[in-house]
Write a protein that binds this ligand. Structure first.
Ligand code: G3H
Ligand code: 13P
Ligand code: ZN
Length: 345
C-alpha cells in the first residue's frame, strides 16, 4: 500500500468516532515500533516528522525508512505528515519528498517563535492549501498558540500568556473557510514536552496539572461538527516512565502530561489527530539508561536500542488502543494522492 493522504485517515476516523495517534519519529527504531504496534492492533496511523527530524535524518533516510514501513506492512493505512512546517517552502520540500500531508503552522512566524497575526496566519495557510490540494496532499493549520518551548520551537509563552493565545472559537469558522484546510490544530492549554504545567499552587508551591480549556473544543465541535481537530502536546508523561529515567541517573523533576481521559473527551468532540512525541522519548531514554546502569560493560548499540524500541512499542500500543484507532486498519480501501485530488475539485 502506498502512503495514504491524511485526509482519508481523518475522514474515516470521524465516521468511526475515534482518534488517531500522530507519532513523531527521528529514526528507524521509532518507525519500526509504531508499525509493529499498528500491525498488532490493526490500526491506521499517522507518522510525522518535524523540521528537526528531517534535518537529523538528512531527509532521504526518513523517506527510505517510510518506504520500508509501508512495504513491510502493506495492509496498514499510513500517512506521512510534516509536523510544524514554518513556511510554504518547507511544506513544498516535504511534499517533494513524498509526504502525504503537511502542517503549515501559521500561528507562528517563520522563525517558529513569534506569534503571527490572524491575517498572516490565514494568508500563509491558504497559500499552502492552494499548493498542496491540487496534488492531493492534506493540510493541517493551527489557530492559537501552544504554550512552552521545546528545542527552540514554540512561542515560549508563560502560563498567563497561554490564556491570551488559546484558540478563539469565534474565529474558527472564518479561519477554516478562508484557508480551506483539512485539519485544525487548536490551542487549549497544552504544550510540547514533559513540563506541561507551568502552574504552581500559590499556597504549597507544588506543581499543579495543566489547566485545559476543553470547553473550547466542545464549542468548536458544536459549531463545526465536520471539522477535524488536532490536539498537539498530547503526551501523558506517565509517572512510571519518568520514574525509570530518574531511577537510573536522570533528573526530570516536576513533569506533567495530559491525562488520556481528557484526550478521550476531546475525541468525543471532534479531535481526530492526537500528537504524541514526548512519551516515546521518555520510554526510549528510560530503557537506555536502565541498560547503561545495570550493564555498564555493554557497548553493542543493539543491547540498548532493542529495549528502547520495545519500550516505545508499549507506548504506541497503549495509545492506539486508548484513542480508538485499534481495529480500524481494514475498514476502507486506501486512497492514493491521485484519488485525493478529486476531493478538492
Ligand atoms: O513539535 C514538537 C515535536 O515534539 C517535535 O519536536 O522539533 O524536537 O523534533 P522536535
Ligand atoms: P508532546 O510533546 O506532548 O508529545 O507533543 C508532541 C506534538 O504536539 C508534536 O507536534
Ligand atoms: Zn506540536
Amino acid at each position: 500500500m502506498p502512503l495514504v493522504p491524511m485526509r482519508q485517515i481523518l475522514d474515516e476516523a470521524a465516521k468511526g468516532g475515534y482518534g488517531v495517534g500522530a507519532f513523531n519519529v527521528n529514526n528507524m527504531e521509532q518507525i519500526q515500533a509504531i508499525m509493529q504496534a499498528a500491525n498488532d492492533t490493526n490500526s491506521p496511523v499517522i507518522i510525522q516528522a518535524s523540521r528537526g527530524a528531517l534535518k537529523y535524518s538528512k531527509m532521504i533516510y526518513l523517506k527510505k525508512l517510510m518506504e520500508a514501513a509501508v512495504e513491510e506492512f502493506p495492509h496498514i493505512p499510513v500517512s506521512m505528515h510534516l509536523d510544524h512546517g514554518n513556511s510554504l517552502d518547507t511544506c513544498k520540500q516535504a511534499i517533494e519528498l513524498g509526504f502525504t500531508s503537511v502542517m503549515m503552522d501559521g500561528s507562528l512566524a517563520e522563525d517558529g517563535k513569534s506569534p503571527n497575526s490572524y491575517e498572516q496566519n490565514v494568508a500563509v495557510t491558504a497559500q499552502v492549501v492552494e499548493y498542496a490540494h491540487p496534488l492531493g496532499v492534506t493540510v493541517e493549520g493551527e489557530l492559537g498558540c501552544l504554550g512552552g518551548i521545546e528545542d527552540g520551537h514554540g512561542a515560549g509563552l508563560s502560563a498567563e500568556e497561554v490564556d491570551e493565545h488559546l484558540t478563539d472559537p469565534n474565529q474558527t469558522e472564518d479561519f477554516v473557510a478562508k484557508t480551506g484546510l483539512d485539519a485544525l490544530a487548536v490551542a487549549i492549554g497544552t504544550s510540547h514536552g514533559a513540563y506541561k504545567s507551568g502552574r504552581k499552587d500559590p499556597k504549597t508551591g507544588e506543581m499543579l496539572p495543566p489547566k485545559l480549556a476543553m470547553e473550547r473544543i466542545h464549542e468548536i465541535h458544536k459549531r463545526m461538527p465536520n471539522c477535524h481537530m488536532v490536539m498537539h502536546g498530547s503526551s501523558s508523561v506517565p509517572k512510571e516512565l519518568v520514574d525509570i529515567i530518574n531511577q537510573y541517573g536522570g533528573n526530570m523533576p516536576d513533569t506533567f502530561g495530559i491525562p488520556v481521559e481528557q484526550i478521550q473527551d476531546g475525541i468525543k468532540h471532534g479531535v481526530r489527530k492526537v500528537n504524541v512525541d514526548t512519551d516515546s522519548r521518555l520510554a526510549i531514554t528510560g530503557a537506555i539508561r536502565k541498560v547503561f546502569v545495570e550493564s555498564p560493560e555493554k557497548f553493542d548499540p543493539r543491547d540498548y536500542l532493542k529495549p528502547a524500541r520495545d519500550a516505545a512499542y508499549e507506548v504506541y500500543l497503549a495509545r492506539m488502543k486508548a484513542f480508538g484507532q485499534a481495529g480500524h486498519a481494514g475498514d476502507y480501501e486506501p486512497m492514493t494522492l491521485e484519488d485525493a485530488k478529486s476531493l478538492y475539485k
